[in-house]
Design a protein around this ligand. Structure first.
Ligand code: NAP
Length: 169
């Protein structure tokens, strides 16, 4: 059986890795959709789809890896979004999400939907990690080591600070 989960993963953090492990315990293989793949270089979406694919791929690498990582661009037409997803990703049997819209769209398409457990949401939050990177607060302990390496390799600390700057008149 194959499961599917989509998120923006800006960046992929230890909370994400925890619920991916939960999903992997229920299915044989997991397809991770990197959502809003077209977005990058903003405060809310600083990382490109390729950078996010690399973060997840490097984190999940290993002999037991049963993960596909697929970028999925937004389509501003919710009624056909599930068709777009199924035309883009490898096939799957069950979709995992806590997002009410995402759940509803999959259910209307006749797919089984399951919820995921949140892991220490107070700490493991993409918004909080981006805030810490911009503010110079500790963030490395909140992401898998390979993700910290990608962030370093691409100069993302500078990128986030630059895209968060305001032009004062
Ligand atoms: P998201 O944008 O990754 O997550 C939204 C918020 O929920 C973030 O604060 C996120 O925190 C949090 N979150 C992450 N994992 C969670 C979990 N297991 N339980 C509860 N909250 C969680 O993901 P999304 O809103 O579910 O959307 C998925 C992707 O599908 C997005 O890229 C969206 O644009 C796309 N989508 C597109 C269409 C369309 O194009 N028509 C329709 C539906 C969905 P973190 O930042 O910590 O991850």
């Amino acid at each position: 059986m194959r499961g599917f989960f989509v998120g923006r993963f800006q960046p992929f953090h230890l909370g994400h890795r925890s619920f991916v492990a939960d999903i992997t315990a229920e299915v044989d293989e997991i397809v991770i959709g990197v959502g809003s793949a077209q977005a990058s270089h903003t405060v809310d979406n600083p990382f490109t789809a390729g950078e996010r694919v690399e973060m997840i791929h490097r984190t999940m690498a290993g002999p037991e890896n049963s993960t596909f990582v697929v970028p999925i661009e937004d389509l501003h037409r919710n009624a056909v979004w599930v068709s777009h997803v199924t035309a883009t990703a490898p096939s799957f049997d069950v979709a995992y999400s806590n997002n009410p819209l995402v759940r509803r769209l999959f259910e209307e398409a006749g797919l089984e939907v399951r919820g995921v457990r949140l892991y220490r949401r107070d700490q493991y939050s993409g918004t909080e990690i981006r805030r810490r990177i911009i503010g110079g607060d500790p963030w490395r302990h909140l992401v898998p080591d390979p993700v910290a390496s990608v962030i370093d390799d691409i100069g993302a600390v500078d990128r986030l600070r630059t895209v968060s700057e305001r032009i004062d008149e």
